[in-house]
Design a protein. Structure first.
Lengths: 103, 48
């Protein structure tokens, strides 16, 4: 598929809550991200990593329908704070998250 | 519609406590907020 890009950015999620609290927190977080990111264009996929690996922890991957939107979002997000931290965002070459796994 | 949906959180554009008035590039340049897995540059570089 063409027009596929993801933007990773780093956001950590607090731990040591009950499962219900964690789920609620995640849902709010996801909604918060989605609403803002949808301003840049049509979102096809939004993945949040809850992986302990340094290179993945808290990463959020957004796949936009159009490359231009991803580019636009990437540039904008790099100049934004989220939850008291500066965001780091870049375009990702990953095409298909079902195929991507660590070796 | 999504563009009319009100976010319930207030996380966007919330600067770190004590860093009010600094822009994102300036805060990144302090090195106090490195990405995980990257060496912290705390104290090594001055605020631009």
């Amino acid at each position: 598929m063409g027009n596929v890009y993801q933007n990773p950015m780093y956001i950590t999620v607090p731990v040591s809550y009950t499962n219900e609290q964690l789920q609620e927190h995640f849902d709010l977080f996801f909604e918060d991200l989605f609403i803002e990111l949808a301003k840049f264009g049509e979102i096809e996929e939004l993945n949040v990593c809850d992986n302990v690996g340094d290179h993945l922890v808290g990463n959020v991957y957004i796949r936009f329908r159009y490359e231009e939107d991803a580019q636009k979002a990437s540039e904008n997000l790099n100049d934004r704070f989220y939850a008291g931290k500066p965001l780091y965002c870049e375009l990702s070459p990953v095409m298909d998250f079902k195929e991507s796994c660590c070796r | 519609p999504i563009n009319l949906r009100k976010p319930k959180l207030k996380n966007w554009d919330l600067p770190p406590p004590g860093y009010d008035g600094m822009n994102v590039a300036q805060v990144k340049a302090t090195g106090h907020f490195p990405l995980p897995g990257q060496p912290s540059r705390t104290g090594a570089s001055a605020v631009v």
